[in-house]
Design a protein around this ligand. Structure first.
Ligand code: R5P
Length: 314
């Protein structure tokens, strides 16, 4: 099957970088909105029986990005594509993944249903908020992690006196993996409601962080609230420097101001979500997931192992 790459409008820079790495052109497609906000897609070249990868991250405007992907998949299906893989570097709505209150939706599941129903045969994504979201799909999901990029980033800079810190207990497993790979200790921030239920959450640091360089890790930075509270308590505990890293830099609302003015030496995210100039600030570093995605696309196309990309060398 011939390999074709297409991109929606969400992150054309990343799509171009993936295409460059694979030494392939991006396929020609018109994806635009009419004045009534209805999205129109036209695929301008044949895809009949081709192995098509549609690259579309769920970045702002999130719901438009989602609709563009669904409509592109529909157009490709109706154009007789042989296989369609939705390449979704950032899968939005991942935090709405359980019915933990009465009368609430499981939107991540709804989104999985929509992608499948539109006609995708496979999904390729990075650092889902919860691994279980993979199970919302009845089609194969290749779930990559950007954490090796962080490992290399910190290993190159030296990790003397470093400690990896999980900003909450939900992130503990990811933090532990990074700490183990870097060969440094692990600490956690524990959030606790006051016993009488009155007042705001109390944060405790579990682990030895004093005079160390703290590497805070999370899957995403949204409003920056979690990273800022974690950084403040770490600063109060006498850490030497604070690095905040997360795969997805959503950076919504007050995030940029919080990260710019907070006690961070560096804030490291990937380009899974585009970072326009107004979201940039001096301490921000961006690592690219283009090579990671390109490698996975190449392996999926060739029927090779994607898991082997993440196995430690023997
Ligand atoms: C939450 O469960 C996630 O892992 C992140 O901690 C969260 O999305 C960060 O959100 P914010 O930056 O708004 O605190």
């Amino acid at each position: 099957m011939i390999l074709n790459l297409f991109s929606g409008n969400a992150n054309p820079e990343l799509a171009n970088a993936i295409a460059d790495t694979l030494a392939l052109p991006l396929g020609s497609a018109d994806v635009h909105s009419f004045s009534n906000e209805n999205i129109f897609v036209r695929i301008n070249e044949t895809v009949r029986e081709h192995d098509v990868f549609v690259i579309q991250t769920f970045s702002s405007p999130v719901n438009t990005s989602i609709m563009e992907l669904l409509i592109m998949i529909d157009a490709l299906k109706r154009a007789s594509a042989g296989r369609i893989t939705a390449v979704i570097p950032y899968f939005a709505y991942g935090r709405t993944d359980k019915k933990d209150q009465p009368r609430v939706p499981i939107t991540a599941r709804l989104l999985a249903n929509l992608i499948e129903r539109a006609g995708a045969h496979r999904v390729l994504t990075i650092d889902l908020h919860a691994g279980q979201i993979e199970g919302f799909f009845d089609i194969p999901v290749d779930h990559l992690t950007a954490f090796p990029l962080f490992t290399h980033y910190f290993a190159d800079r030296g990790v003397d006196d470093a400690v990896v810190v999980a900003p909450d207990l939900g992130t503990a497993k990811k933090a532990r993996n990074l700490a183990e790979t870097l060969g440094v200790p692990l600490a956690f921030i524990e959030k606790r409601r006051p016993v009488d239920g009155v007042g705001s959450e109390v944060l405790n640091v579990i682990g030895d962080v004093r005079h160390r360089r703290a590497i805070l890790v999370d899957d995403e930075i949204d409003t920056g609230g979690s990273m800022l509270s974690a950084a403040r308590i770490l600063a109060a505990e006498g850490v030497r420097e604070i690095y905040a890293c997360a795969t997805h830099g959503v950076l919504s609302g007050p995030a940029v101001e919080r990260l710019r003015t907070g006690p961070f030496t560096e804030v490291i995210v990937t380009d899974s979500i585009p970072l326009p100039i107004e979201k940039q600030f001096p301490a921000l570093r961006t690592l690219s997931v283009a090579d990671l995605l390109a490698e996975a696309i190449g392996r999926i196309h060739a029927g090779g192992s994607v898991g082997a990309m993440f196995r430690p060398p023997r």
